[in-house]
Design a protein around this ligand. Structure first.
Ligand code: HXC
Length: 260
């Protein structure tokens, strides 16, 4: 598949997707959105692909936000009638059941921060900077920033960032629970791809199940979440990969997964 605004490569069982508008700091316009939706749908549908990494081209930005030039003259009625920004969540979060990682290589601002937070987790370069500066444009986050950032870093920091537009550096982002890990920029892609390959080598049904369970923690009560976890665990015990995984442990050999 080839796209104009993103690059997509398969590295073994890992799909690497790169936002590719470095001249505009990878700002997210509607063409990028269409390309991303198609790339994520292809990743989800291809049984040979088990984990994805999303990053930005260039050293400066993961994505500096939704495309301000595209939004500037757009009438409010269009934002509303097109339910602008809704397709990101429905395609990248809800329909993508396989795991994916955001490798944040620089600015992740506004929609860029929100896109990174749609990932299952973020690995950040030491140069990464996160922010929700929409207030300075007379608006507010529109792709989940006020909700996902608050859940990730808590009210105090999320509120401060949304109200002042201040950016959070990589070290603070790790300390605050926004990112899983910080690595030197030069190692970012290798580290993200290595982590993705590790996930891709796991039993695939169990990978989807683990993702589903952790995500449920954000949507349910503790009691409902723990029940869902127990039921999914019980379902997994019926899989061939469970039989193989436990046999392989007992026989002191690596497991061979069928995804069944
Ligand atoms: C369109 C953008 C852009 C954006 C940068 N560019 N961000 N174009 N949309 N979000 C373009 C610039 O216009 C410029 O193009 C080129 O990228 C390089 O950017 P500079 O500003 O020259 O770089 P620099 O001085 O290094 O500053 C970097 C920056 C700054 C601090 C990241 O670009 C910036 O503040 N960008 C906007 C960040 C932002 O507000 N994001 C939130 C958007 S709203 P030219 O052609 O001029 O050289 C959003 C949520 C939407 O995401 C929800 C609302 C409902």
């Amino acid at each position: 598949m080839s796209f104009e605004n993103i690059l997509v490569e398969q590295r073994g069982a890992v799909t690497l997707i790169t936002l590719n508008r470095p001249q505009a700091l990878n700002a997210l316009n509607s063409l990028v959105l269409e390309d991303l939706i198609a790339a994520f749908a292809a990743f989800e549908a291809d049984p040979s692909q088990r984990c994805a990494v999303l990053t930005g081209a260039g050293e400066k930005a993961f994505a500096a936000g939704a495309d301000i030039k595209e939004m500037a003259d757009k009438p409010a009625a269009d934002f509303y009638s097109q339910d602008f920004f809704s397709r990101w969540t429905s395609h990248l979060v809800k329909t993508t059941r396989k795991p994916w990682i955001a490798a944040v290589n620089g600015f992740a601002l506004g929609g860029g921060c929100e896109l990174a937070m749609m990932a299952d987790f973020i690995i950040a370069a030491d140069t990464a900077r996160f922010g929700q500066p929409e207030i300075k444009l007379g608006v507010a986050p529109g792709m989940g920033g006020s909700q996902r950032l608050t859940r990730a870093v808590g009210k105090a920091k999320a509120m401060e960032m949304c109200l002042t537009g201040r950016m959070m550096g990589a070290e603070e982002a790790e300390r605050s629970g926004l990112v899983a890990r910080v690595v030197p920029l030069a190692n970012l892609l290798d580290e993200a791809l290595k982590t993705a390959a590790e996930i891709a080598a796991m039993p695939p049904l169990a990978a989807i199940a683990n993702k589903e369970m952790v995500n449920a923690a954000f949507e349910t009560t503790l009691e409902q979440g723990v029940l869902l976890e127990r039921r999914i665990f019980q379902v997994l015990t019926a899989t061939e990969d469970k039989a193989e995984g436990m046999a392989a442990f007992i026989e002191k050999r690596p497991g061979v997964w069928q995804g069944k």
